[in-house]
Design a binder for this molecule. Structure first.
Ligand SMILES: [Zn+2]
Length: 307
């Protein structure tokens, strides 16, 4: 029986989960207030929260962090975090480890979602899989031969910034026509507004309404464009790495059935038989990130050396 704590370190809040054998037994959420808006402040808030959780639910063997940003390939240092800029360059793992006297591991938040689903969620046990986290933006991760792919500088696979439409709309990453411009809340809302659907209080409201009322032609057009973009991206991965399993996570995964017709048609058009790949909706819901972070301790690190 192994108990671990997983933390989703976001720009506005820290979500903690006390996890035993892949199940969440306790949760806590704390806002990132002014006192946590420095590296030392954040570490001290994290240490206090870990301490409080251990008092409440029991001692743990390790702590895992899923951080919104780019981490070094060994996961020990935050290289760049647009939402938590005070962590740029900070050796977060070693600093927290000294503060709490427990082993700490960290990775990019999208990698944690994918790792959670791969270990104990919809992709459990499959050695090759892609997870696409469809939320405000589009996150993604790739597990290849049982390993989470992290890349040379820890940038991982950045699936949301795979170009699915050359010359398409400009993306915050500097590219154009990225998957995120279509298959995310921000992307679907961008298309809705382009089709004249700009009423409603915010993007989340408009996108939710689009999925609730798909008979509206503009809603259907935006949903189909998102599905098409996902199909193009999956065809690339299917051809390139022969990945047989795709897990859709994040808030928009609930609309998977509505995305499927355009997604499958795009796969056919790209020469991939939709029946040759499997698409599953994530089963861990909003806990995927904390579960995956907690299970980082079991993730193989490093690569075999070529000699
Ligand atoms: Zn991009």
């Amino acid at each position: 029986m192994t108990a671990r704590i997983g933390v989703d370190v976001g720009g506005t809040r820290l979500k903690l989960g006390w996890i035993r054998d892949g199940d969440v037994c306790g949760r806590s959420v704390v806002g990132v207030g002014p006192d946590a808006r420095s590296a030392a402040g954040l570490v001290s808030v994290l240490a206090a929260e870990v301490d409080a959780m251990q008092h409440r639910f029991g001692a743990v063997q390790s702590v895992g962090l899923g951080v919104a940003g780019v981490l070094s390939s060994d996961g020990r240092r935050v290289l760049q975090s647009p939402n938590l800029p005070w962590l740029d360059g900070v050796a977060l793992v070693d600093t927290l480890q000294s503060a709490i006297a427990l082993p700490v591991a960290a990775d990019n938040d999208a990698n944690c979602v994918g790792w959670g689903e791969a270990m104990v969620g919809a992709g459990a046990g499959a050695p090759r899989q892609v997870c696409l986290a469809l939320g405000t933006g589009t996150g993604g991760s790739l597990v290849l031969d049982g390993r989470l792919l992290r890349g040379e500088r820890g940038r991982g696979v950045e699936l949301g910034h795979l170009c699915v439409h050359p010359g398409g709309p400009a993306c915050g990453c500097g590219g154009r026509g990225c998957l995120e411009q279509y298959a995310s809340q921000t992307g679907i809302d961008r298309m809705l507004r382009g089709l004249g659907v700009s009423d409603g209080e915010n993007a989340a409201f408009r996108v939710r309404r689009a999925f609730d009322q798909p008979e509206h032609p503009a809603h259907a057009a935006a949903i189909n464009a998102a599905g098409r973009a996902l199909g193009v991206a999956m065809a690339v991965f299917s051809r390139w790495l022969d990945v047989p399993l795709y897990v859709l996570a994040g808030g928009l995964a609930a609309g998977a059935d509505q995305l499927r017709p355009a997604l499958d048609a795009a796969l056919w058009r790209e020469g991939v038989d939709p029946d040759a790949i499997e698409i599953r909706v994530g089963t861990l819901g909003v806990d995927a990130g904390t579960i995956g972070a907690a299970l980082l301790a079991d993730a193989p690190r490093g690569a075999a050396r070529l000699s």
